[in-house]
Design a protein around this ligand. Structure first.
Ligand code: MRU
Length: 377
């Protein structure tokens, strides 16, 4: 049984959203994560004392979103090392917790190789555990810095594409500080335009079936004082047709070498709509989300989630009746198609914005150049 406990009222509450932090109480190191399945109703933290607890938190989407998965994976390795567990075993379990976001394995492998190198150098497990934690902290810090830099590039690109100001931006899923060491990716760009007085409205797709838009992006937008409006995913078409969308900004879980973008299911239809209506479709993501080892969109493994997420509405605060613990909205035994992500081909993406700058048009050569630039810094 994974060692995970919930921390509720009376415990320390950060004033800013803090999705993850490392703590060292006398009983031993722990990884504290905000349980995103409980938002926006409750701000509850999970305290993970071992890697299996973190794997469980990742699978249940208590911890989610590509950059945060990378940070969590690195800290998970550090936790296993600090607690004296088998680091390689923990690393494989963490890496396998979800398949699509490449950041997870990037984070896990970075901490694991720091651990391995320190162990080989010193032969001292304590020094190796410290090296793994240092690597996790560095990744966390770098992600915060990348967020700031990609935000600046994203704002500049928006100003270039939409010189009039008064942007009406449509976003999908959740890409703010809940998924980042900083203020996020796509959401951070929208937030910066809001702070500069140039955001007229943030259109927030609810993001079925798990409602990351309604539960999480609306939560972040409300806390930031942004003008935002929630819509059902299938209302996006009429919104475009009414001329109410100036740009689409989304994040990414994995970007293949050819520029194909895997992101939360529902992103691809938005790209098709954006192209038809001549609206820029912009992807904002750190370079760690670009996977040169994945050649194209067809090679991206898309996570399939359980059908009950579609056949039931999952609301923990209402009476439980369905097999998945939610309220059934389809006849018992209904089969569901529930991919967690879809893939948008590069020709539908106006630009990919990273901390190293933007690629537009999206080409394999342009992306490779950004990755090379990142390795030099
Ligand atoms: O299934 P989730 O909630 O982990 O999916 C998250 C997304 O699809 C995000 O848009 C993506 O990770 C980018 S986060 C900056």
């Amino acid at each position: 049984m994974a060692d995970q406990e919930a921390r509720t009222d009376g415990d320390k509450r950060p004033t800013e959203i803090q999705a993850i932090r490392w703590e060292e109480p006398p009983e031993g190191p722990v990884l504290v994560v905000l349980d995103q399945t409980r938002l926006p109703s409750e701000e509850v933290e999970l305290v993970c004392t071992d890697a299996p607890a973190l794997v469980e938190a990742i699978r249940s989407l208590a911890v989610r979103g590509a950059p945060l998965l990378g940070i969590a994976g690195a800290y998970g390795v550090a936790l296993a090392a600090a607690r004296g567990f088998d680091v390689a075993e923990a690393a494989r379990a963490l890496e396998g917790a979800r398949p699509t976001a490449v950041n997870l394995s990037v984070g896990v492998r970075r901490a694991e190789s720091a651990h391995r190198a320190a162990l080989a150098r010193t032969g001292d497990p304590t020094a190796a555990a410290v090296a793994a934690l240092t690597a996790a902290r560095a990744l966390h810090q770098e992600d915060a810095e990348a967020s700031t830099r990609m935000t600046a590039h994203g704002v500049a690109l928006l100003d270039e594409l939409l010189p009039g100001g008064g942007h009406r931006i449509l976003t999908h899923c959740n890409t703010g500080s809940l998924v980042s060491g900083g203020e996020g990716t796509a959401f951070a760009v929208a937030l910066a335009t809001h702070r500069a007085g140039r955001l007229r409205r943030l259109w927030v797709d609810e993001t079925r079936p798990l409602l990351q838009g309604a539960r999480l992006t609306a939560y972040e937008a409300a806390r930031s004082g942004m003008a935002y409006t929630l819509l059902t995913d299938n209302a996006a078409g009429s919104l475009f047709a009414a001329g109410e969308v100036d740009a689409v900004l989304i994040g990414a879980d994995r970007i293949a070498a050819d520029g194909s973008v895997a992101n939360k299911v529902g992103s691809y239809p938005l790209a098709v709509l954006a192209r038809y209506h001549h609206v820029p479709f912009i992807v904002v993501a750190p370079v760690t989300t670009v996977d040169p080892a994945t050649p194209d969109g067809a090679s991206i493994e898309v996570e399939q989630r359980p059908g009950f997420e579609v056949t039931e509405v999952l609301a923990p605060q209402v009476p439980v009746t369905g097999a998945g613990g939610g309220i059934p909205v389809a006849p018992l035994g209904t089969q569901a198609y529930n991919p967690a992500f879809d893939v948008t081909p590069p020709e539908l993406v106006t630009a990919i914005v990273t901390e190293e700058g933007a690629v537009s048009p999206v080409t394999a050569e342009g992306l490779a150049e950004l990755c090379a630039r990142s390795r030099q810094t």
